[in-house]
Design a protein around this ligand. Structure first.
Ligand SMILES: [Zn+2]
Length: 125
């Protein structure tokens, strides 16, 4: 069994596109999924300390118990949890990746954008 980890929005529209993208990207069978509304902003702002910790706690289970081979943070078009425009959400994604890299410096950590056609693209970090 092989796993990676998605820190995804709770939005139902982005679940399958992100899972399918990450299965191919990391060559894994399973994608552990941690969902919050607008997780890129939560991890960039880190104002909601309890939610940030809850994300880290779940991430630790995926990395330690499932030997996750990589992590992705997701932002998407028309997000109810993070209604910021794409340009701001890209900055949130990049800051979220930087933050997660301080916890997991040896794992690949991706920033993913899901557009209005529910197509997934990787954002340079
Ligand atoms: Zn969303």
């Amino acid at each position: 069994m092989s796993f990676c980890t998605a820190i995804n929005c709770m939005d139902g529209r982005v679940q399958l596109p992100v899972i399918r993208y990450l299965q191919a990207r990391f060559g894994v069978s399973f994608v552990d999924t941690i969902t919050e509304p607008g997780p890129n902003r939560i991890l960039a702002d880190r104002a909601d300390v309890r939610t940030v910790q809850a994300i880290l706690d779940r991430l630790a289970i995926s990395v330690q118990k499932h030997a996750s081979v990589g992590i992705a943070v997701v932002g998407h078009h028309d997000c109810a949890g993070n209604p910021a425009p794409r340009e701001a959400q890209i900055l949130h994604l990049q800051e979220a990746v930087r933050f997660l890299q301080t916890h997991y410096p040896t794992l690949p950590i991706l920033a993913l954008w899901v557009d209005e056609n529910w197509t997934v693209t990787e954002i340079p970090t």
